[in-house]
Structure formats: C-alpha cells, structure tokens
Design a protein around this ligand. Structure first.
Ligand SMILES: *Cc1c(COP(=O)(O)O)cnc(C)c1O
Length: 824
C-alpha cells in the first residue's frame, strides 16, 4: 500500500516530518519483531508497561523509516519537532491522538478493499481451537486467511487481518475483549459476514459488571452479520441474540434447534452423536471425547452442515482432524542443543513469530531452522519462497534445512549452506546426531509433514516425568504485580534456586524480554550461569561467598553486602576495581544484614572506598504473608526507612530502597519505595493469600503410568508392606519418587494425584523413583498421564497436606526432571 493511502485513513494525522516516499508492506507495533525494516511502518503505542516511542532511535538505527506516534517528547533526546531532522534525517513522522486507533483504522481500510466472506469468532473459551479446526475442515474448499495463534486483542486483530490478500477466499478471525467498549473497534477491522459465539464463562472479566453486559459487548462484533452460529443452551447468549433479533443458526443438546443433537455417547476417546438437521436424522463419530472439544467440533459442524457439505464428507474430514497443539514448546535436546518445537502449523505469519522467538534466545551457538513447505499462503510460490528466503536471511539463520517438494524446488533462493530433503522420512534417514551441537533449533512444519518425528529424534531420552512451565502464565503474573506498582517503581525478580524450580536462563530470558529492571540469585554460580547464557540484565547475588568476588567482578554481577566481614572480603579481593553493590539491612528478620549499630562504621568504610558504588539498600519482611504480623511488618518498614535515610545521608548520593516481597506488594502497596522484589508470585502462588484468583498456574508436574495391576484383597503394596489392599484393588505404578522431589510424606494416602483427570490416592510408601496409586474403578492404561501438581491439582493445598509451603514443593523438583517451556 502507498504511505499516502495509509495516512489518508488516519484521521486526523499531522505530518511532523516528511522526507521521501516509502512503500508500506508491514505494520510493526513491537520493536522486537522487526522482520523487514524496509517497507515497515512503526506505530508507537504507549501501553501500561512499555512505551513504543522510546524504541524509535533503535528502530531507526535498524532501518525503519516511517513512524506514527503520539508525542515526540517521549522519544529520548527529542524536545521539539526540529530535533527529528537532527536525529532521524531520513524518516517520516506523523502524529496522531492514538497510535493504536490509527493502526486499527489502517487495517479497517485494508479489510474494506476485499469482498470475501469473513467468519468472526468470539466467546470466552475455544476461540482459537474453533478457528483452527474450522480452517482445517474447510481447507479442501477454501484458501483461508486466519489469525495466527490466538492473535485476538486490540493489536492482534489488526495484525491478523493485515495478512489478507487477493487470493484468499475466506477469512476466519477471532476477537477477544476484556473491557467494555473494545468490540466496537474490532468489528470494522473484521467486518464479519458470519459469526460464531462459542460460549460465555461465569467469571466476570475485569471491567464488566455482569455476565449480560459481557455478552452484549461481545455480541457487538455481530451487529451486521448475515448469520450467527451459536449453542442456544448458553441461555445468556440465546436471550441476547433474541433481543437483538440477529439472524441465527442455533444448535442444542436439549431443545429443538437448527442442529439438534439427539444423542451423544462417549467411548474410547471418541464421541458418537446422532443429530437432526434439515428434517433428517444422521450420525457422526467425533474424534474427541472431552466436553470442550465436543462443543468446539459441533460449532464447526454447524457451519459445515449449513454450507451443505455432505455428512459422509464431513466424517472423512473429521477423521483427519488433528489436535490443535496451541503451544510452542522449548526443550533441551541432544548434544547441548536447544529445541523450539513448533510443529503446529506453517504459514508466513506463524513463521515470523517463531523466528522472532528463535532470535531472542540468548544462547550462544548456531541458530538452525528446520522448515517444511509453507502452506495456505495465498501467494504464488515464487513470491512466497522469495519472502521466506528474505526472512531467513534477515534473521541471520546460520543453517536452514528445508523439507518438502516445494521448498526444495526453490533451493536457489536460499544461501549456499542450506540443505533440502523431499520429505521427513528422507531427512530422518540422513539424520546424524553428531551433526548438531550447541545449536538452537527451530523446528517449524505444517502438520502433514509430521515434524513431531524430527522432534523425537532430537530429544534426549528421559523418563516420563516433566515439569511443564507455562510462559504465558508467567508473563500474566508478572503483569499482575506490575499493575500494582507506581510507574516509577522498579521491579527486581527473584530467580534464585532455578527460578523457584521453574528453569533458569529460560525464565531470565523471558524476564529480560519483558524488561524487568533487576534479577536476583542466591549464589554467584547461579549468576555466572545466567551470564554465560546471554542474560545481560543487572543481577544481584544475595549470598556471595568471600572467595567469589573475582568472579562477581568478571561477570558483572552485583553482590549483596550484609556484614562488615563480607565487606572486608570484597574490598580485599577487588582492591581498587569498581563494583556496584547492594546493602542488606536487618530490621527484624535476623538472617543477613547490617544492624543499626553497624551503620556508622559501614558508611565510614564506604566513604573510604569510593570504587564501591551502592546501587540499592534493602531489607526483608519476616511475616508479610500473614496478617497476624502486620504490626511487626510496619515496624520493620519504619525502621528500614530510618536506616536507609541515615545511610543515604552518610553516603551523600541517592540509592534505591526496597523492602517488599510478593506478599508485601499485595499487603503494603504504599511502601513500594523505589523497587520491589517479586518471587513466588511470579510462579503463580499469591503468598499473602488474598488474591490467588488473580494469578495463573505456571508449573505443572506430570508423570506417566508404568504398569497397572490387579492386587487381591489382603496383599500389600510397596516397601515395609505399608500399603494394605483392604479389598481387591487395581494399582498403577507411576514414574515419580522422592528422588524427583515427590516428598515421602505423601505416602500412605496423604497425597493424591490426578490420573486422566480422576483423583487417585497414593498407596504404600513413596519409593525413590516411583510410587503406587490406587486406581480401583478408574479407567487407566500404561502410558497415561498423571498430574502431580499444577493446572488441576492445587499446590497450596498439596503443600498444606504435608505441613509445608509451596516454595518447598516447587524448588524440590529435582534436576533430573525435564523442564518443558511452552507458550500458548
Ligand atoms: C526470596 C526473596 C524474596 C522473594 O520472596 P517471595 O516471598 O518469594 O516473594 C525477596 N527478598 C529476598 C531477600 C528473598 O530472599
């Protein structure tokens, strides 16, 4: 599109500087996601945590030449319009009231140039799955343009719809809202001719006073649709659709409807349904058996039946329906390689997202991309593969392995070091593990290529116990606490003890990406490990040993100085070299820290050693997690303020002051001072016990069943014969024991695990590498997944059941348990 065409859509836009004409092909909102500097226009959006304007100088340096912004004074160094020419002589700048609205207007215009039918999807759950499944089911008939992953926000929707081109025959886009009045901005961008309203959850999203209000707001997406598909058993939705007299296609499991499900029977992981449609009774076998999947499939079925796809044909397409692996996983692989597993789909937008992730891995070593043919782009093959090649080149991929007949045909477009295989089987035949070492490998393939086989070949063989870490949940929790902070309050995140058991540099890298201010670890080695894996944020070391100061200096770590002895050791080992330090004050915890009596001496020593620069001073609350200790906490805070003031006055320069941990942030938000130290809250446990519902679960510990057996009445199970079968029992042996961090105190019925979603108690003692659970009456098989804690088993209650705290359960998960990181 022409820039002038774009700018004409944004009302009103003021031209601040116009130097020359550039074409616009790519819309950019996130400074970390540049793929094609030439042809990009950057919308500087000011959000709650990031202000896009601050990245303009860096973007300019990378070749971006067009900017839509709100206020030039947010750009570092820029004071007046005249400065734009000084710092950015080749760029165009337009000023608008809201860069976000400008972005939306541009894409609404782009959308209006196409006449193809678009299906809009909203609802509380299932949007992404319905979108993906519907696209799969319609792919034999249509060339579908759809939202990448769950791009359904105020920014995600415009970026999705921007992909539309002349060749697409159908658009399927999802829209999600969390506040009133958001949908009216999304409707003109999607302009749906058809709608699917998946369902409505009972939780009130932030900002909605009632469920009715939420339904009404979501329905605004469909004001002008020709037909709205929904399940009329969701009574709130049905009532609102009737009131608004929207043209509807309903389905129901209990009442007459356009599509009426007469019978539904679940067995062996499948669901048999009988239904009545257009006066005829017919049957289908759905390849899933859980409630949510069944609902999602029936939404799709409604659309297919309405489109008059014959039932036999629908059955054939359903048989091929593959699970929507919504997650992109990251995991360790052979020969110190690290794998980003995105074997979920392979379209251009998804490729760009995954490549950005690859690029932001801080690890040293080669970056390798294993890529299948790109499907469903709507572009001619020549243009498509020249774009793919351009992206691969721009992202400085060291090694490309192309798999598939089409990408192989375009091998000339890629660099000389690239390898090509006609299919996955040929690649696996040629695969030699020793050819991959210390690489970060992105495996990205359309599902027909079955790249999961490649992933399996790369993965280290480990036993079936894994800790799955949900990176989106972690970011949600980070933002939950951030929302409580004053804009100027900094945030230090505690990543000690392998980030509370969740990982180490993977978590640190994500936090760096999300621009926290500081990290803290317990020991020097933990800090060194982060540095060696590319973490550049400032890192405080809380317990530096006297012999580790040389390393601290070498790796630019910042020690916590808590006693005169450790200060002496620091001065002695560093002589006159400069170092940033943090001073810990003891205000009642009585663990580490200077007491009030030490202060005069400390100040004296530090004045004599100006090479040591005090960055911050802090103290720790002993009882922030319990209201019982509020008065004591207040006293600690008061004493800290006094001691810190004395210190600052003595040093003669300002230092950051901080005292709140996770519970403290919730309980004493008025004492944020200059920084807070977030720990357990990031990992999903609200330790003040007041706002748990605001956080999401981050870690889920899972294992598998190794064997299932029938034990006759009177026999015993496990060591010391402690598990007694009072009656005939079915017992499953699971692959986790105390050496994995599953506490022995969970033995003999104290602990419960979840087998295929069903609770089962531990029987007998927990062994070192396994334990046994009572699965009498449950449907279980060898290989089934067992959840120990996480998404469905509450870690707080689990900890209470053995008289400990979630901190201990999290950090006890042993090193041999593989961590899998995923994003939704
Ligand atoms: C671990 C730690 C924290 C974080 O505590 P949480 O309860 O996990 O939030 C904060 N400050 C210090 C000094 C710590 O050791």
């Amino acid at each position: 599109m022409l820039t002038s065409e774009i700018v004409a859509r944004i009302m009103p836009a003021t031209v601040l500087q116009y130097t020359q004409h550039y074409l616009v092909q790519h819309l950019l909102t996130d400074s970390r996601k540049i793929l094609h500097p030439a042809g990009s226009i950057f919308f500087a959006i000011k959000g709650a945590f990031h202000n896009g304007h601050t990245y303009i100088p860096a973007l300019y340096a990378k070749g971006i030449r067009q900017f839509i912004l709100e206020d030039i004074t947010y750009i570092p160094e820029v004071k007046s319009v005249g400065d734009l020419n000084t710092y950015f002589p080749e760029a165009n700048f337009w000023q608008v009231d809201s860069s976000l609205r400008a972005l939306q207007q541009v894409v609404a215009y782009h959308r209006s140039r196409f006449t193809l039918p678009v299906i809009g999807i909203t609802g509380s759950n299932g949007k992404t799955i319905v979108k993906e499944w519907l696209a799969q089911l319609l792919s034999p008939d249509e060339l579908v343009c759809k939202s990448p992953r769950s791009y359904n926000s105020q920014i995600g929707v415009p970026l999705s719809v921007w992909q539309l081109n002349e060749n697409h025959t159908l658009g399927i886009f999802e829209a999600g809202i969390s506040r009133p009045a958001e949908m009216e901005y999304l409707r003109p961008i999607i302009q749906p001719a058809y709608g699917i309203f998946t369902n409505i959850g009972s939780a009130h999203d932030e900002g909605f006073t009632s469920r009715q209000e939420k339904v009404a707001e979501k329905l605004k997406l469909f004001n002008e649709v020709k037909l709205l598909f929904y399940c009329r058993d969701h009574t709130d939705i049905h009532a609102a659709v009737l009131t608004q007299r929207l043209p509807a296609f309903t389905w129901s499991r209990h009442q007459p409807a356009d599509l009426q499900i007469i019978n539904l029977r679940v067995s062996g992981g499948q669901a048999n349904i009988t239904f009545r449609f257009a006066g005829q009774e017919q049957a289908l076998l759905l390849p899933y058996a859980d409630e949510a999947s069944i609902e999602n499939i029936i939404h799709c079925l409604a659309v297919l039946l309405w489109r008059q796809v014959p039932v036999e044909e629908i059955q054939q397409r359903l048989n091929k329906l593959s699970p929507v692996a919504m997650r992109l996983e990251m995991k360790e692989a052979i020969n110190n390689c690290y794998l980003i597993d995105d074997t979920y789909n392979n379209d251009l937008a998804g490729l760009a997202i995954a490549l950005n992730l690859l690029l932001h891995q801080p690890r040293q070593g080669k970056k390798t991309l294993i890529l299948s043919d790109v499907l469903q782009s709507g572009l001619s093959e020549e243009i498509l593969y020249s774009r793919v090649a351009e992206v691969v080149k721009a992202k400085q991929i060291d090694r490309l392995i192309g798999i598939g007949p089409t990408i192989s045909r375009f091998r000339e477009a890629f660099g000389p070091g690239s390898e090509f295989y006609p299919d996955t089987a040929e690649f696996l035949k040629a695969f030699k593990p020793e050819n991959f070492r210390n690489e970060t490998i992105l495996v990205k393939g359309a599902r027909v290529f079955q790249f999961e086989k490649i992933v399996a070949a790369f993965q280290r063989k480990v036993h079936g116990t894994v800790l799955e870490v949900n990176l989106d949940a972690l970011v949600h929790n980070l933002n939950y606490y951030r929302a409580k902070l004053q804009p100027e309050t900094k945030i230090m995140v505690m990543v000690k003890a392998f980030a509370y058991g969740s990982g180490s540099y993977e978590i640190a890298n994500l936090l760096q990406f999300h621009r926290v201010d500081y990290l803290a670890v317990a020991y020097t080695d933990e800090g060194v490990h982060l540095r060696e894996n590319g973490i550049s944020l400032p890192i405080m070391v809380m317990n530096p040993s006297p012999d580790s100061f040389a390393k601290i200096q070498q790796y630019h770590l910042e020690p916590e100085i808590y006693s005169l002895e450790i200060l002496a050791a620091c001065l002695e080992s560093l002589e006159n070299q400069p170092l940033n330090i943090h001073l810990k004050l003891d205000t009642g915890m009585h663990r580490l820290g200077f007491t009030p009596d030490d202060l005069v001496t400390v100040i004296g020593w530090l004045k004599a050693a100006p090479q040591l620069h005090v960055i911050s001073t802090f103290s720790h609350l002993a009882g922030a997690d319990e209201a019982l200790h509020n008065e004591f906490s207040q006293k600690q805070i008061e004493q800290f303020r006094e001691m810190a003031a004395q210190l600052e006055a003595g040093l003669g320069y300002p230092v950051l002051k901080h005292i709140l941990n996770s519970a403290g942030i919730v309980r004493f938000p008025e004492h944020q001072l200059n920084m807070v130290r977030l720990g357990i809250g990031l990992y999903g446990v609200e330790s003040a016990g007041q706002e748990q519902e605001g956080l999401r679960t981050v870690g889920t510990l899972k294992t598998t069943i190794s064997q299932v057996k029938e034990v006759p009445a009177g026999d015993t199970v496990g060591y010391s014969r402690r598990g007694v079968a009072s009656a005939a029992k079915k017992i499953a042996t699971i692959a986790i024991g105390y050496a994995d961090g599953y506490d022995r105190r969970f033995g003999n019925g104290v602990g419960q695990v979840l087998v295929n979603g069903q609770p089962a108690p531990i029987i007998g003692n927990v062994c070192m590498d396994m334990c046994m659970v009572d699965v009498t009456g449950l449907k279980v098989n060898v290989g089934d997944t067992v959840e120990i804690f996480g998404e469905h088993v509450n870690i707080i209650r689990l900890a209470q059941s053995i008289g400990t705290i979630p901190y201990e359960l999290l950090t006890n998960v042993s090193a041999r348990v593989k961590r899998i990181f995923y994003a939704e």
